[in-house]
Design a protein around this ligand. Structure first.
Ligand code: GLA
Length: 388
């Protein structure tokens, strides 16, 4: 039920969530707990909604929930000292939206769950590009399934998480985060083909090469306006090129002048990023850290110049990592417009790299971590998530 890497953290967070639940709402009986990981993309951001390919890991930072049936039919949630309560789980624009949306999503797929009260305890930062939102929804889904003792396939859990996030909460996300949180293999990366919705596990080959991350602390893309616009522009580029997937875009389509300049940049990002993700998986398979690092750095440049989702702070933090000897590559992670930079670095240079990144982020740096590839929920919650 818990990750090997960071197991103490998952256990601690689950215990903290149990305590917070009783402290916030009183002791209404035993709660069920669940922990879900965040994710870190290695190569392949802003391609999932273009049916591209992504290489990512689930990480040893995540979200724990403690959940139990509500004694009076009121939905309640507590997180970081904040509390919300309502009789209807529908979205109203507060912290409870993501916590209660899984109840609606499960009901839509025919699974009745009682009104519940939930405490969240997280060490994955919110709004930092590490999929905290998918982790919250997936952790609540697992705890709710445990409460009603129902098992779903991984495919159905991902579908329910997407219904909760996209249709109920209203975030126009792709499916990367949900796949990573559910399907990531223990101790390895997930190569996700968003056109066929299929994935392959790729083991992490190194003990001495790690992912070192720094959250810049910049304010994220409030309201998701920029993300929405990049998605719309990319979808328009695919339509204008006459294709349905980043995997069908050719160099000629991009360079022939047939696409307007902005759409050509978006098309170039999703096509080259998809090609890099496939190459990056091969770099993992052959243990070529230098190549993986170079692809990560090129990915950052493409996200900066062609998809235009980076910020000066993300560029500065990635640049600072690259100046550290034995750092193989660095890139922003996730939706962009703030968030986290991850560097691929020799383990014995990780502290130096973390310090350099934090220094470049200035007073805003929220935290630095050595991220470890963690198992997804298919392994951690096999009691309620079947394979398939
Ligand atoms: C967010 C979205 C994902 C994906 C990434 C960028 O995390 O939720 O679907 O688009 O941004 O790769």
């Amino acid at each position: 039920m818990r990750p090997d890497a960071g197991a103490a953290t998952a256990v601690d967070l689950e215990q903290q969530a149990r305590r917070d639940l009783d402290d916030a709402f009183g002791d209404h009986g035993a709660a069920v707990t669940a922990w879900a990981p965040g994710r870190c993309t290695l190569v392949g951001d802003h391609v999932d909604y273009a049916a591209g390919v992504v290489l990512c890991v689930a990480i040893n930072l995540g979200v724990a929930v403690a959940l139990r049936a509500s004694p009076d039919g009121t939905y309640r949630a507590t997180s970081a000292g904040e509390q919300v309560a309502r009789t209807d789980p529908a979205v109203i624009g507060d912290m409870g939206d993501r916590v209660f949306a899984p109840a609606i999503a499960l009901r839509r797929s025919g699974i009745e769950v009682p009104a519940y009260e939930v405490a969240l305890a997280a060490d994955v930062p919110a709004g930092a590009g590490l999929a905290s939102s998918a982790a919250v929804i997936c952790a609540v889904l697992v705890a709710a399934l445990r409460t009603v003792r129902v098992q779903l396939s991984a495919h159905d859990v991902i579908a329910a998480a997407l219904t909760a996030e996209r249709d109920i909460v209203g975030v126009p996300c792709g499916s990367l985060d949900q796949h990573a949180v559910v399907e990531a293999p223990p101790g390895g990366a997930l190569l996700l083909d968003c056109r066929s919705d299929s994935s392959t596990a790729v083991p992490w080959p190194w003990d001495d090469v790690v992912l070192c991350a720094c959250s810049t602390g910049e304010q994220h893309d409030v309201g998701g306006v920029e993300y929405r616009s990049r998605r719309a522009q990319t979808e328009r580029a695919l339509r204008q090129a006459g294709v349905a997937s980043a995997q069908e875009i050719t160099a000629t389509m991009i360079e022939s002048g047939g696409l307007p300049a902005l759409e050509a940049r978006r098309a170039r990002h999703v096509a080259t990023e998809t090609a890099r993700a496939i190459q990056a998986a091969n770099a993992l398979r052959t243990g070529d850290a230098e190549l993986l690092g170079r692809l990560m750095t090129e990915s950052h440049q493409s996200l900066r110049d062609d998809q235009e989702v980076s910020t000066p702070a993300l560029d500065a933090v990635a640049g600072a990592a690259l100046r550290v000897g034995r750092c193989h590559g660095a890139r922003m992670v996730g939706a962009g417009f703030g968030g986290t930079v991850t560097a691929l670095v020799e383990r014995d240079a990780a502290s130096e790299c973390a310090a350099a990144m934090a220094m470049a982020a200035g007073g805003n740096a929220r935290a630095t971590w050595v991220l470890q590839p963690s198992a997804g929920l298919m392994s951690l919650a096999a009691d309620v998530i079947g394979s398939g």
